[in-house]
Design a protein. Structure first.
Length: 87
């Protein structure tokens, strides 16, 4: 399953990992000339939150993804019991 298809519905940004080249590609929603550390951090945060939301959608459908790189745990103190945070 390609998570970028899901992100495409929301207008990006897109994050791809090419295992053969061991490269991580972040496609931005603005020209690189306009990039600042804050804008780049925001784009990365959008990708992480999108992955958390995708995990939640799949989890609610009974599909559990195991990923040792992004540990996701349920936050029991939250009013919204269906929110998962990546750490």
């Amino acid at each position: 399953m390609n998570a970028n298809l899901w992100f495409a519905e929301n207008g990006g940004p897109y994050l791809c990992y090419e295992s053969g080249a061991q490269s991580l590609l972040l496609a931005l929603r603005f020209p690189l000339d306009d990039a600042t550390p804050e804008k780049l951090e925001n784009e990365i945060e959008v990708v992480v939150k999108s992955m958390e939301n995708l995990y939640l959608v799949l989890h609610n459908q009974g599909i559990t993804l195991e990923n040792e790189h992004m540990k996701i745990e349920e936050i029991s103190s939250s009013d919204n019991k269906h929110y998962y945070a990546g750490r």
